[in-house]
Design a protein around this ligand. Structure first.
Ligand SMILES: Nc1ncnc2c1ncn2[C@@H]1O[C@H](COP(=O)(O)OP(=O)(O)OP(=O)(O)O)[C@@H](O)[C@H]1O
Ligand SMILES: [Mg+2]
Length: 315
């Protein structure tokens, strides 16, 4: 999606409000807290010059989302937008000198109020709510559970935080287990900061954007499978795995985009979701002569990591 389409889309509600009669506009005014947050972002970062020049509406959101990464001295500049999308935009940032790398990637989630959470009910089943500390909220926290069910402001914020923290915590666990994922650095209210794949002129392409050499395909396929197994080993399934969420850089693959991870043992759709992930990966690699049976691979992995019985229920 082009940059301008992203900014327009991102703030379409704002744009629409320009045409709303004054009385209606007053009723639709966002809660005060948010305005304060934004203006604090302006104050703290007003003096920061970003090499990347965001559009006016994108700027406030971007700055408030990345503010903590600047003040905690992880990054010193935003250099470019890598990709703007429906759910999130990713930016290449200059890492602070002590970070030991030149760049970091900031994934900034689309503002909660303008975002349709990816049809997420299927993934959330059997998944605890994660707090901003990355720990599971208690199911006995009735106030929280009720707020989420009723989609109150507080409940929506909690769902948003949980969605983002699943991505961050999964990256942490996978990275520690030796998976091919970006190194997670920090999580904020609307953004995560992680290792960047690519260089100063371009970010790593996704597998969907490139043509592999036939001779490297089998090794890369095995790598992807190794990562699927590592994730299953910690109890989760990616849930949106395909050539669109695997980066390729210098002969290596990197799996990305984890907010929808699915609990393998607790989610009744888990076997279906796992088979879908594996089928998409097999379909991609089949173009390069890697012929593997996705149903059989799914069954093997399921038996090894989750258990035989549940798999029999796969439709
Ligand atoms: N660590 C990274 N290094 C380099 N590029 C990255 C990194 N993480 C993500 N990207 C780029 O940003 C894009 C979007 O990231 P991601 O897949 O995590 O978000 P998304 O939720 O799919 O966003 P959308 O659905 O809006 O496209 C990726 O396709 C990739 O091109
Ligand atoms: Mg993606």
């Amino acid at each position: 999606m082009s940059h301008s389409a992203f900014t327009h889309d991102l703030f379409d509600d704002d744009a629409a409000s320009d045409y709303t009669p004054r009385a209606a506009r007053a009723r639709k005014a966002p809660p005060r807290r948010k305005l304060t947050e934004y203006s604090e972002g302006e104050q703290v970062l007003g003096s920061v010059t970003m090499t990347y020049q965001p559009a006016r509406y994108e700027e406030v959101w971007l700055k408030s989302s990345l503010r903590d990464f600047f003040t905690q001295q992880y990054i010193t500049d935003v250099l470019a937008q890598v990709k703007g999308g429906k759910e999130a935009s990713v930016y290449r940032c200059a890492a602070a000198p002590h970070m030991g790398v030149e760049w970091l990637a900031a994934k900034v989630y689309r503002p909660r109020m303008f975002r349709n959470l990816r049809n997420d009910a299927m993934y959330r089943e059997g998944r605890a709510i994660l707090t901003s500390a990355g720990s599971a909220a208690k199911k006995t926290d009735h106030r929280l559970m009720r707020a989420i069910g009723k989609k109150t402001e507080f409940g929506m914020q909690a769902s948003h935080t949980s969605w983002l923290m699943y991505e961050f915590v999964t990256l942490q666990t996978l990275f520690a287990a030796g998976a091919n994922v970006p190194q997670p650095i920090a999580a904020g209210e609307n953004a995560i900061l992680m290792g960047y794949r690519g260089d100063g002129s371009r970010a790593a392409p996704t597998l969907s954007e490139i043509t592999l050499d036939d001779d490297e395909a089998p090794r890369l396929f095995d790598e992807v499978l190794r990562n699927i197994a590592l994730l299953l080993g910690i109890g989760y399934i990616h849930g949106d795995l395909s050539a669109y969420n695997i980066l390729y850089w210098e002969g290596e693959v990197t799996l990305i985009d984890f907010p929808q991870v699915t609990a393998a043992a607790e989610n009744p759709n888990a076997a279906f979701i796992l088979r879908r992930d594996i089928t998409r990966v097999c379909d991609y690699f089949a173009h390069y002569g890697v012929r593997r049976d996705p149903a059989q691979l799914t069954a093997e992995l399921w038996r090894e990591y989750v258990g035989e019985e549940d798999f029999a229920q796969l439709p």
